[in-house]
Design a protein around this ligand. Structure first.
Ligand SMILES: [Zn+2]
Length: 427
């Protein structure tokens, strides 16, 4: 991805650096050739040449670009489990994924980790974004997911003779787990996404307390993935699935819903980040009835939400790491509403805005293994910056409103926000 040339000065706003430190009331970010040269109080800002590009935060907020830590670029208007599989030809799904990536950047998300994709679309999407062919977040790809036969993602009875080759690699036993990882290695992904447990969405045979992979399968997946320098994550709701994942050496957990004290100890000993993805559960409960969601599914989402919020609080209080993101692309939780996750954590889970922003920036970059490049506003890092018209500490939901974004910068280049629109109108 190209970076800017020359100097850019962003000023007249409170500066939140993403580390969890208190905001600097009158802050400045100075970037040269796409990298941050200074981020701190205006009083200490370096003198710059008169022709430097200037961005005025208008008394609002200057903060790091957001990281969506559980991004499904190929989800689109998903209304039931079957919609997760290919419901359009792969050509059209690829175009939809490109649209979703552009939308994420418009929403202030300058980086995103895929939580699984149809076919290998996220890998190629990442390449197109890196080569500046399409606008979008800096990405990490996962490609197809791995699940045990008969598990959450294997819902087609055999008589239908439907493969799931675009969605998931179905395995029986550790050897097939290794085989699936070897295929993903050749696809070029960085993350292996697995399904250790079920979900409230499948209450009859794979609910949120059901295991969908054995420890032996998970351990084989991790050994093979780590051998090839890939990382492993998994959809972990049931308590035993969380412990299996931690003992098997998972690099992150998705959801981490039903934690107990023993799971928390295992987690803290490994410092494994968790991406709870709670807004999806909340939206499912609120909007489920409009979509004819069965009551037992809604009840399952409520149980998941309550336990997931409690687990997130436990992890935060114990000093563990959390990322923000989650399963946008459902009909009731659409792409473009990613920042609702942050609002939910402040209003319903009890996180402070600074804790929530740190999770959505610094920890997101750590999850992607790219904390040396972005995630905080610190000297030497890429100038991936959000300039917001409003005080996000007073009202975090300002981030949900694209109209309040003055500028979204990647590598010092204004890619989205009001400033990008007015620059486009002038040229
Ligand atoms: Zn997901």
């Amino acid at each position: 991805m190209k970076t800017a040339t020359g100097t850019t000065i962003i000023s007249h706003g409170q500066l939140i650096d993403g580390t969890g430190a208190a905001a600097v009331r009158d802050g400045v970010v100075a970037a040269r050739d796409g990298r941050i040269e200074y981020a701190g109080p205006a009083a200490g800002a370096p003198r710059v040449e008169p022709d430097a590009k200037r961005i005025d935060a208008r008394g609002g907020t200057i903060m790091p670009g957001l990281v969506e830590a559980h991004f499904h670029p190929t989800y689109f208007d998903v209304a039931n489990l079957e919609d997760l599989d290919i419901k359009y030809p792969v050509e059209y799904v690829t175009l939809l994924a490109g649209t979703n990536a552009a939308l994420a950047l418009e929403c202030g998300y300058t980086a995103a980790r895929s939580g699984g994709s149809l076919f290998n679309i996220d890998f190629w999407l990442k390449k197109a974004i890196e080569e500046d062919l399409l606008p979008g977040p800096r990405m990490a790809a996962s490609g197809r997911e791995i699940c045990g036969v008969g598990g959450l993602m294997d819902w087609n009875p055999d008589f239908r003779k439907l493969g799931m080759e675009g969605l998931v690699l179905l395995i029986n036993g550790p050897d097939e787990g290794r085989r699936a990882v070897r295929k993903l290695v050749k696809d070029g992904v960085e993350w292996v996404k697995t399904y250790p447990t079920g979900d409230a969405a499948a209450p009859d045979t794979n609910d949120h307390h059901t295991l969908c992979m054995t420890f032996e399968e998970m351990h084989a997946v991790v050994a093979e993935a780590h051998n090839h320098k890939l990382k492993v994550t998994g959809h972990c709701r049931a308590n035993e699935g969380i412990k299996n994942a931690l003992r098997a050496g998972y690099d992150t957990l998705e959801h981490g819903t039903f934690m107990d004290a023993e799971a928390l100890d295992l987690l803290l000993a490994r410092n494994t980040p968790v991406v709870p993805a709670l807004q999806f559960e909340y939206a499912s409960i609120v909007h489920g009835p409009e979509f004819n969601m069965p009551q037992k599914v809604i009840d399952g989402h409520q149980e998941t939400l309550d336990a997931g919020a409690e687990s997130a609080r436990m992890i935060l209080q114990a000093g563990g790491r959390l990322g923000m993101g989650g399963d946008y692309g459902f009909a009731w939780n659409p792409h473009g509403t990613y920042a609702k996750e942050l609002t939910f954590f402040v209003r319903h889970v009890g996180f402070s805005p600074l804790e929530t922003i740190r999770a959505a920036t610094q920890t997101g970059a750590e999850i992607m293994g790219r904390q040396a490049e972005f995630g905080t506003l610190e000297r030497g890092k890429l100038a991936d910056v959000l300039v917001v018209d409003g005080d996000v500490l007073a009202d975090i939901s300002v981030l949900e409103d694209r109209g309040r974004l003055i500028a979204v910068l990647q590598g010092g280049i204004v890619k989205a926000g009001r400033l990008a629109r007015s620059e486009a109108a002038r040229s």
